[in-house]
Design a protein around this ligand. Structure first.
Ligand SMILES: [Zn+2]
Length: 262
């Protein structure tokens, strides 16, 4: 009986996705947040420059996320790791990015154009997208649902709204943004997504520590449904990414493909 129960538990853990070690901050909880911000962020760019970066970054993060997702989740259905990354070009949508499951069952990551406009460089776009695909790879929706019954209701609404495409996309995305603003993951899940996202961004050729400044810097246009309302800046988050970046360099120096620890 005990044996059956433990098998059942093991099955649940596998079904929910892998859990990763969150690297501890080097040298304490980090005093580097404010010190690193101004130099690393760079100036505000034109939207067309940010859009050009998007065209290069999004396909690379999508491809690396899919490869990494399949490595980490063997035995899943084919579409489990078939990411779709969309830009919602609706100026009225709040600056936000989020991850959900589309009606077709594929994992969907959406960034709004107002958030893209707030990015300062390609590393920031890469890190935000990798953080969001990291939530999926670590199975956070499923793992949250086991704890929070309300999550199912919000998720159902999101999945229904996310299934469409084409001309209704912009207004749908605005609605999604409103709903996504209500989904607040635990700090543990955010740190885990930061960790996984750091490895994905690095494997795609971007600098995760520089990219994480996006979360550390309050934007001009933040609001109640912005990325920063669901992802409060903290020294712990930045220190986690810096620590992951050190581990990534160590693994690369040893000739390994960087992989977060489980
Ligand atoms: Zn997050």
């Amino acid at each position: 009986m005990i044996r059956h129960a433990s098998l059942l538990l093991a099955g649940l853990v596998i079904a929910c996705g892998p859990a990763y070690d969150i690297p501890s901050a080097p040298g304490g909880s980090g005093s580097s947040l404010t010190a690193l911000q101004p130099a690393a962020a760079g100036p505000v760019r034109s939207y067309s420059a940010a859009r050009a970066d998007w065209n290069r970054v999004a396909p690379r993060i999508e491809a690396v996320s899919e490869t990494f997702c399949r490595e980490e989740n063997p035995g899943r259905p084919a579409n489990y790791c078939d990411f779709e990354i969309r830009l919602a070009e609706d100026p009225d949508a709040p600056p936000n990015a989020f991850q959900t499951i589309g009606r077709d069952g594929r994992p969907l990551v959406v960034m709004t154009s107002s958030l893209l406009a707030d990015t300062r460089n390609a590393d920031e776009i890469a890190f935000v997208l990798a953080h969001e695909t990291g939530h999926h790879i670590a199975g956070h929706i499923a793992r949250q649902q086991t704890n929070v019954a309300l999550g199912a209701l919000i998720l159902g609404t999101l999945a229904q709204a996310a299934g469409g495409g084409g001309e209704g996309l912009a207004s749908q995305a605005a609605d999604l943004g409103a709903f996504a603003g209500q989904r607040v993951y635990s700090q543990t899940f955010e740190l885990e997504a930061d960790t996984v996202g750091a490895y994905i961004a690095a494997r795609a050729g971007y600098d995760p520590a520089r990219g994480a400044m996006m979360f550390a810097r309050m934007p001009v246009s933040s609001g109640p449904q912005s990325l920063w309302s669901t992802h409060p800046p903290s020294n712990r988050r930045l220190a986690t990414v810096m620590s992951a970046a050190e581990d990534i360099r160590r693994q690369q120096a040893a000739g390994q493909t960087p992989r977060p620890r489980r």
